[in-house]
Design a protein around this ligand. Structure first.
Ligand code: AMP
Ligand code: ZN
Length: 113
């Protein structure tokens, strides 16, 4: 989608602190980090959110989780991290292009707020 923030970041039209890219996903540092590690892993395909995803998106959704695991290993935060998808405005979704938050590097409480 031409005017989507994350599509524009993926195309390089808006700068980001990229940490990983492959044919299917693009990952960069969150601009407002909630933990020492806070990375967004974004499918290159524009998918509005998890509830809009369809069966053919299963591969890239799974790949996003594996990219998170790879980055967590690379950053040595495997003693505790979280992957989070906020779904809908009431859960805090503010960008309507599906993305996975990788959060770690500090103690994480349960249940989340
Ligand atoms: P969510 O609230 O789950 O939709 O997550 C959107 C995330 O995108 C938030 O954590 C924001 O801090 C982050 N964000 C918004 N704009 C940018 C940007 N230009 N670069 C990096 N992260 C951003
Ligand atoms: Zn998009």
């Amino acid at each position: 989608m031409s005017d989507c923030l994350f599509c524009r970041i993926i195309r390089g039209e808006i700068p980001s602190r990229k940490v990983y890219e492959d044919d299917y996903t693009f990952a960069f540092e969150d601009i407002n980090p909630q933990a020492p590690t806070h990375i967004l892993i974004v499918p290159k395909k524009h998918i509005r959110g998890l509830k809009e995803a369809v069966a053919e998106d299963a591969d890239v959704i799974g790949r996003s989780q594996l990219v998170a695991a790879h980055l967590a290993r690379e950053r040595s935060i495997e003693d505790g991290y979280r992957t989070v998808v906020n779904v809908g405005p009431r859960a805090g979704q503010s960008v309507f292009h599906l993305h996975l938050h990788l959060i770690g590097g500090r103690s994480l409480h349960w249940p989340p707020g």
